[in-house]
Design a protein around this ligand. Structure first.
Ligand code: ZN
Length: 312
C-alpha cells in the first residue's frame, strides 16, 4: 500500500507571536502584520506548485477579516489547496473557555472561511495544539471530518525545542504552555478519539491525525526543526518513520520568513529560527518535500482523512 503524506501550514500571523513572547503588538507595522499571508503564503504555494503537490493551510478566522487575506485564501482554495480552521481568535486558553464559548469561536472561524473561500472547512487544528473534551465536542458538533491537534512529542524534545526557540512549544504564558502529559501517550498514528479524553482511542466521529513524531524517541518532525537542524538529523528522523503509513508534516508561515522580510528586531531576537535566511529554509523544505513526494502520495489532510477513515 502506498504511504500517504500531508504538508500543512499554520498561518499564525505575527501579532500572535508578539502575544506568545509578551511583546507589544504596536511593534508591527501594517506590512509586518500581513507578512505571513502576503509573503509566506505565496512562498509555500510556489514550493507546492514546483513539486506538483497540494497542501493544507490552517487559517485563523479573525485574520480573514482583511480583504487581501481573504482573497489570498480564496485563490489558494481555487488552486486545490485545502483551507482548514485554526480557530477564530487563536486563543491559547481556548480549552478552558467552556463549551458554549468554544463552539462560538469555532463557528465564527467556519463562517469566516466559508465567506472567504466559498467552502466550509472540514478540518481543525487547535491553537497551541491543546485538545480537551469540550473542544473535541465542538469539532464533533460542527461535523468536521478530522482534527489534527495531537502533538505527541517527548518531553526531552519539548525542552530542546524551548532551547531552540521552537514556537510550537515555548514562550506561551506558563499556565497555558503545559498540556496534559496524557498527550505524550497519545497514539502516533491516526485514531478515533475517546470524546471524554481525546488523547485516547475511542469511537469519536472526528478522526484525529496526529502530527509526525518518530517512533520510540518521539522526536517531532515539524517545520521549526526541519529548517534549523542539520540535514543528517532530519534524514535520520525521516527514515525512522519509514514504516508509518501516514506522515503528517506540520509547519508555520514563519518557517519561510526571515529578518529581512521586515520582521521587527525585537521579535527576531525572541524567535531564533527567524535568523536563518528564508532562501536557505526554502531550499531545505524543497528537499524534504521531495523526500515525501518520492516515497508517498502527498495529499491534503482532508483527502488523507477520507482515505484513512475507512481503515481507522
Ligand atoms: Zn497556531
Amino acid at each position: 500500500m502506498t504511504r500517504i503524506a500531508s504538508i500543512s501550514v499554520d498561518l499564525d500571523s505575527l501579532p500572535h507571536y508578539c502575544r506568545i513572547h509578551g511583546l507589544p503588538e504596536s511593534l508591527l507595522d501594517a506590512r509586518a502584520r500581513s507578512l505571513v499571508h502576503q509573503v509566506a503564503v505565496p512562498r509555500f504555494r510556489e514550493l507546492w506548485d514546483a513539486l506538483g503537490v497540494p497542501g493544507t493551510f490552517f487559517a485563523i478566522g479573525e485574520d480573514l477579516e482583511s480583504d487581501p487575506v481573504a482573497a489570498g485564501m480564496r485563490a489558494a482554495h481555487e488552486a486545490g489547496i485545502e483551507v482548514a480552521s485554526h480557530s477564530h481568535a487563536h486563543d491559547y486558553a481556548l480549552t478552558r473557555r467552556g463549551p458554549d464559548a468554544i463552539l462560538a469561536d469555532l463557528r465564527r472561524a467556519d463562517d469566516a472561511i466559508l465567506q472567504a473561500t466559498g467552502a466550509r472547512p472540514v478540518g481543525f487544528r487547535a491553537p497551541g495544539y491543546t485538545l480537551n473534551a469540550d473542544l473535541y465536542a465542538a469539532t464533533q458538533a460542527l461535523g468536521y471530518q478530522y482534527g489534527s491537534s495531537a502533538f505527541p512529542a517527548a518531553p526531552y524534545y519539548a525542552a530542546k525545542a524551548a532551547v531552540m526557540g521552537a514556537l510550537a512549544l515555548v514562550g506561551r504564558p506558563s499556565r497555558s504552555v503545559l498540556d496534559t502529559p496524557r498527550v505524550l501517550l497519545a497514539p502516533r498514528a491516526p485514531y478515533r478519539p475517546d470524546p471524554a479524553n481525546p488523547y485516547r482511542r475511542g469511537t469519536g466521529s472526528v478522526l484525529e491525525l496526529p502530527m509526525a513524531v518518530t517512533p520510540a524517541l518521539r522526536f517531532p518532525f515539524i517545520g521549526t526543526f526541519a529548517t534549523t537542524l542539520p540535514l543528517r538529523s532530519l534524514r535520520g528522523a525521516w527514515r525512522a518513520c519509514r514504516r508509518d503509513p501516514f506522515f503528517n508534516f506540520e509547519l508555520h508561515g514563519v518557517d519561510v520568513l526571515d529578518a529581512t522580510d521586515g520582521i521587527p528586531g525585537e521579535l527576531v531576537r525572541q524567535q531564533r529560527d527567524l535568523r536563518v535566511g528564508a532562501a536557505r529554509k526554502l531550499e531545505r523544505l524543497r528537499e524534504i518535500f521531495g523526500w515525501l513526494r518520492s516515497e508517498c502520495d502527498v495529499v491534503t489532510l482532508r483527502d488523507a482523512a477520507r482515505r484513512l477513515s475507512a481503515s481507522v
